[in-house]
Design a protein. Sequence first.
Lengths: 268, 268, 268
Amino acid sequence: MLDKIAEILLELRKKQPLVHHITNYVTVNDCANMTLAIGASPVMADDIGEVEEMVSFASSLVINMGTLNGRTIESMLVAGKKARERGIPIIFDPVGVGATTLRTATAKRIIEEVGPTVIRGNMSEIKILAGLGGEIKGVDSVAGEEDRVEVARELSQRLSCVVAITGKQDVVVQGNRICRIDNGRPVLSRVTGTGCMATSLIGCFCGVTTDCFVGTVAGIVTMGLAGEMAEGSLQTGESVGAFRVGLFDRVAEMTPAILKQGGKVYED
Amino acid sequence: MLDKIAEILLELRKKQPLVHHITNYVTVNDCANMTLAIGASPVMADDIGEVEEMVSFASSLVINMGTLNGRTIESMLVAGKKARERGIPIIFDPVGVGATTLRTATAKRIIEEVGPTVIRGNMSEIKILAGLGGEIKGVDSVAGEEDRVEVARELSQRLSCVVAITGKQDVVVQGNRICRIDNGRPVLSRVTGTGCMATSLIGCFCGVTTDCFVGTVAGIVTMGLAGEMAEGSLQTGESVGAFRVGLFDRVAEMTPAILKQGGKVYED
Amino acid sequence: MLDKIAEILLELRKKQPLVHHITNYVTVNDCANMTLAIGASPVMADDIGEVEEMVSFASSLVINMGTLNGRTIESMLVAGKKARERGIPIIFDPVGVGATTLRTATAKRIIEEVGPTVIRGNMSEIKILAGLGGEIKGVDSVAGEEDRVEVARELSQRLSCVVAITGKQDVVVQGNRICRIDNGRPVLSRVTGTGCMATSLIGCFCGVTTDCFVGTVAGIVTMGLAGEMAEGSLQTGESVGAFRVGLFDRVAEMTPAILKQGGKVYED
């Protein structure tokens, strides 16, 4: 798996795929800089009058509903359908699904009307999506490792897409393929948007590979490993501010060799 | 006062209050990261279709009108009324009030229809708000220290809320309670959003205390002290860029002991 | 030329011009911080209900269409006309023109209905604008240095404005005045928004000079020189993240002496 990821990284840096984002205004700058750091090209455009055209020359589409509103929801759907029609990967980050009726309804529409290629969320977000299908029993009470895989697998199989749950340990599932990733550090959750940035990295990798299962693992392991290295480089007195700067440094300087040496990826 | 602030900081870190922001797109990322740095949880949501629900499980609401528009003004009012109904603190940052008719009219609506718990602004913003009531004489000509307290006190008493004026010396007033804060450095005004971030910190502290006068002082002293320490840590050649990174480091590493030792807080 | 630029920098720091931006939500924070770093005052406001008033006390207006939408396009036009009426410089950054019909149509409207004082873009954006007039032959096939000057000159003469093309070597043209700038480093293109920030710096300099040709060169040389110095200060292991922080440090610490010593400006 790490060998494949290393190859995709080289491919990414050669092809510099254009990754179209319709995303939130909180972390949009970080997502653009992370996309550039790994070697891809970001474009952020959300007006309904241009998203179809913009998607038409993108290599992948990231839909992040962090600060959704009536105007951008329609743009997400239109852009998503166009991406689907073109067959480019659609990476969906259902930020805060379950928190409000609007978010849950929007996620449902994106799943049903667009059909994402990859869905990345935290455990509570993915549980909500799994529950939407009404087929998961006792979702709210589960918490263990095996349950996490089970939730991801059921959602993946029902929607025929890659499902990634990020957290202390990350899990990526596509049908019967399962991968666990043990990179990352708790400090990542003390910086806003590290989840969004991981989603953007997945968009970058999936922009140059037809195997979005591997592309998703690649994005998550890159973020986690960059987090470990950035934390390791902190000097006395430095904290979340310097860590955040280091994240971009480490992603920009990521190499196949570093990935192969530091990636903690376990396929079942 | 510093003892109380130190206690609230511990409480904040234990409870990790959810602070709902309806804020501007210029400094929203900084506000989210500052909220995380102090130990609280940010959520940014501004669609009228979800703000009431989002407010319903927040510990406090920050309304910042930095880049207000027709759509978000309505969301601010709806969210504010819900927050009022629930009795959670509403922190209002009237960015640029007085600069345009729209800003002045919006601030007036928020004050009248919502009723903020805390208002934080610079001297010229608070003067405008004080003048809206038509009860301050010669507001435009005042400049001295005593006048500043007087302006804050009149506004506080008229609106029955906490009023904070930040600047070279900060003043926080609630009715007859007055507190002056002498932390901070001029360089804070060379980074965009330090006022917005102070407002967010107030939202964090007020999310875990029923005494919003103390919560407001806590937010301001934290920001000022972090500014002093971040400036003190700059190395040769470093300037506003490194200072800004250091601000987040220092807020994340703030402790009750640092606050008690470095806070310059004077109650009248 | 460098002597004039040095003088304008001193003037800028003395007058602290207010630079009104209607810009994108990706890099807006960077533009505000860059405006502060050089010594000017940023204001970001885009609601149609207030942009005319805000423009009325600004020293210059920056229109950046990076994340344009139906609502903000109208605000750009209204603000632009007001700025034109007042005779303050209008700096237009036609981000992504040519990529979508909406962007091309919007740029056309801004050019025809507003009439910018300065247009700054990369080669492909300026070529598109030049082509809109239907007077450039074989635009798509040109690539060389002389062609770049030719494209800029034709556009400048047709629109009677300053035209700047930034890239490996930058070119600024106003009628028959031509200036080439050799500062900058490739790493600038690995950080999002360095083009937007250059446009903001142009807005700052043009806010205190009647010679917008010199003001435009000043903004570009400041950005390029800051990029060189920031790259030169990187330590082992540091990359785009630290570079970005350094950019703000270097602009904030820019002096007439540094500009005169490091600026590589060639007038034809």
